[in-house]
Write a protein that binds this ligand. Structure first.
Ligand SMILES: *[C@@H]1O[C@H](CO)[C@@H](O)[C@H](O)[C@H]1NC(C)=O
Ligand SMILES: *[C@@H]1O[C@H](CO)[C@@H](O)[C@H](O)[C@H]1NC(C)=O
Ligand SMILES: *[C@@H]1O[C@H](CO)[C@@H](O)[C@H](O)[C@H]1NC(C)=O
Length: 247
């Protein structure tokens, strides 16, 4: 019975003598399921690339702008109670059931949430006297993510987003870079929003990472200075002593 549809759609254009071979038919049929367990379905037929009819509710309907011969084809198709019932059953029941089954089977994968980790680094910019600040975000799932360099509350529009790249474990990686004049990094931060974070954005301040190394650097510099001065003082006073002793 199901083949009747195709047979009729093959016979009618020929009888009308409108087209030569080959005749190209396209059928798209399926369903969408929505939350709340509601579903919608569709069944459309095209001939020579033109939409000619669809199945709606309980019967075939002519598409707007369909050629005249489709009217008769639809009339014949609609007298076939068996095919109409089979199509309704497939669209109303079988299709949503299969789809729900698939969604149920893939639920764990679809609901998976992995939190990103973020870190900062910098590279020399091709622009003279500029730095490129890099915000790395890795290990997140699902893919949609928002990453932006900010100054206070202000988003830095010149933030350049890289491509989202896959990690080996099925999570994602993204980098966002900002080109800044060297010495102008103060107050900049990288902000990350992701569904897994439940509204608790990750905020990494550029200064944070640098502070500790600056402190260590300053302490080291002071120590070297003190030791240097001390050694110099000892050296000079010894020399003085030796000059004195020579005299
Ligand atoms: C949703 O609808 C499908 C088919 O209509 C049915 O098989 C399934 O049990 C329903 N699920 C729930 C949770 O109501
Ligand atoms: C299929 O759904 C349509 C509405 O989309 C309804 O009119 C029709 O009666 C249903 N048929 C069956 C067999 O459930
Ligand atoms: C950044 O873009 C927003 C809107 O897209 C705009 O209101 C703002 O002025 C822009 N800021 C800069 C510094 O260009």
């Amino acid at each position: 019975m199901r083949y009747l549809t195709c047979l009729l759609l093959w016979v009618f254009p020929r009888v009308w003598g409108q087209w030569e071979d080959p005749i190209e038919m396209q059928v798209s049929a399926g369903c969408e399921v929505h939350s709340g367990n509601t579903s919608e379905n569709f069944f459309n037929v095209a001939s020579q690339g033109q939409h000619i009819l669809s199945f709606q509710g309980t019967s075939f309907q002519k598409a707007p702008d369909a050629p005249p011969w489709t009217e008769l084809a639809i009339k014949v198709l609609n007298t076939d109670q068996g095919t109409r019932e089979t199509i309704q059953q497939l669209l109303n029941d079988t299709c949503p059931q299969v789809l729900y089954g698939l969604l149920e089977a893939g639920k764990a994968e679809l609901d998976k949430q992995e939190k990103p980790v973020a870190w900062l680094s910098s590279v020399l910019s091709p622009r003279h006297g500029h730095l490129q600040l890099v915000c790395h975000v890795s290990g997140f799932y699902p893919q949609p993510v928002w990453v932006m360099w900010t100054q206070g509350e202000q988003e830095q529009n010149s933030t350049q987003r890289g491509d989202i790249l896959p990690n080996a474990d099925g999570t994602w990686y993204l980098r966002a870079t900002l080109d800044v004049e060297a010495g102008e990094e103060a107050g900049l931060a990288c902000r990350v929003k992701h569904s897994s974070l439940g509204g608790q954005d990750i905020i990494l301040y550029w200064a944070d990472g640098r502070h500790s190394s600056y402190v260590v650097f300053i302490i080291l510099a002071v120590l070297i200075l003190v030791v240097g001065l001390g050694l110099g003082f000892v050296f000079i006073s010894r020399n003085r002593c030796s000059y004195r002793s020579i005299r």
